[in-house]
Design a protein around this ligand. Structure first.
Ligand SMILES: [Zn+2]
Length: 417
């Protein structure tokens, strides 16, 4: 018999004053019952009030919900939490803490990878402004520093691990620590075996290259699954490096979601094989700020779907040109969209690698979309993506230019994969 019911039965039968002992024994049960009763009493009853407010009703679980396509997700990529002296990939713990607080303040909900995936599959509704937090490589500070901070905020997160690094000494996380994280419900996914740039063939024959790719991608998945007894569904490309061939091998290895480091807000329709993440560096605060800024967002969602194209169509003039090297640290970045017809300011968006969504302006007459970075460029290479909608179709442009303060050069041959 249910002990709670037994307790209630006893309470009903025994005069409360007659037996202190039983009262004491029952005290805890009673307290729970009272608490439940209070909860019940707190539930709104159909008594009319002066200001009737809609009561939030717990959603009824249904086998298949429809994903809300108005939501957008920012995916953060962190590495180490040991202070800036350890390089640009290591951020001070206090800064990480501040950024986590800022998500809360900005009304951005941190969701687990599982919810993100369910949403992408059309099975779940998520908050309109959502974030996924990921930590790459497998440094111990992810376990010892980031985890307690994330726990404080109640944020779920994912670690992308490259397996050869685990338990290798130094600052690496151990298999035991990963087991502890797994048991606490932390999502663990793959980041290859040895963290190579997967695009570098290193003189291998096509067959040897494919075998090597498969080993890096499937080997790490298998080891994580076997060591930890988990299911790996996601891969983060080291350095974000990928191309169609690598993504195909990744799919064959069983990855359903693959992540790069190209920061952009992820719409429901975004390509699952190259989901962009904002790689947060302490020296580039604008990356984080762009990620959490939801103003001026246009519905796009297709930015990553066109990323296989290396150059814009020849009838679109871009500045700088595809493959061009510029020496000006603040060049005007622009694309002539006149061939697309009726584009407007609110239906187009420009994204620049390392900067994310930028506030580009569209000249209504010339239909040139342009942007001048307010802070000097620092990276060697920049990829620009312009997406948008017209009444007859969509705008999907992508090109790359290089920055070298030492000197400019004419466009090189179109970039190859
Ligand atoms: Zn990495």
């Amino acid at each position: 018999m249910n002990p709670k019911l037994t307790a209630l039965a006893l309470l009903a039968v025994l005069p409360l004053t007659s037996c202190d002992k039983i009262k004491k024994i029952l005290h805890k049960e009673k307290a729970e019952t009272v608490a439940q009763a209070e909860t019940t009493a707190a539930t709104p009853t159909p008594v009319p009030t002066a200001t009737p407010e809609p009561t939030p009703v717990a959603p009824t679980p249904t086998p298949r919900q429809t994903a809300n396509k108005d939501a957008q997700v920012v995916v953060f990529c962190y590495h180490r939490f040991e202070g800036k002296n350890l390089g640009y990939l290591s951020i001070p713990p206090e800064l990480f803490d501040q950024q986590m607080q800022q998500l809360k303040d900005a009304g951005i909900t941190v969701i687990p990878m599982a919810d993100f995936i369910a949403w992408k599959r059309g099975e779940k509704t998520i908050p309109v402004k959502s974030a996924v937090i990921t930590i790459d490589d497998g440094y111990e500070s992810g376990y010892a520093v980031a985890w307690p901070i994330l726990k404080k905020y109640g944020y779920p997160f994912t670690v992308f691990i490259y397996t050869k690094f685990v338990s290798s000494g130094g600052k690496s996380i151990t298999w035991e620590q990963l087991e502890e994280m797994r048991d606490a419900g932390i999502d663990i996914e793959s980041h290859t075996e040895t963290h190579p740039d997967l695009r570098k063939k290193g003189g291998k024959s096509p067959q040897a290259y494919d075998a090597w790719l498969t080993q890096e991608l499937k080997g790490s998945k298998d080891e994580l699954e076997q060591r930890l007894g988990i299911k790996i569904v996601a891969l983060a490309f080291p350095y974000g490096g990928n191309n169609q061939h690598i993504r195909d091998i990744g799919k064959q290895a069983g990855y359903q979601f693959m992540f790069t480091v190209y920061g952009q807000k992820i719409a429901w329709s975004a390509n699952n094989d190259m989901i962009g993440r904002y790689a947060v560096e302490f020296a580039k605060p604008e990356i984080y700020q762009t990620a959490v800024d939801w103003s001026g967002i246009v519905e796009s969602g297709t930015a990553s779907e066109v990323a296989q194209t290396d150059a814009p169509p020849s009838d679109v003039a871009t500045q700088p040109k595809n493959g061009e090297t510029v020496s000006d640290p603040s060049p005007v970045i622009s694309a002539d969209l006149s061939s697309y017809g009726d584009v407007t300011q609110t239906t187009v968006a420009m994204r620049v690698s390392g900067l994310g969504l930028v506030p580009a302006t569209l000249d209504p007459k010339s239909k040139v979309l342009s942007y001048k970075p307010p802070t000097p460029l620092t990276d060697k290479s920049y990829t620009v993506i312009v997406t948008g909608k017209t009444t007859t179709g969509k705008v999907d442009l992508r090109w790359t230019f290089n920055f070298n303060p030492a000197g400019a050069s004419a466009p090189a041959a179109p970039a190859a994969h």
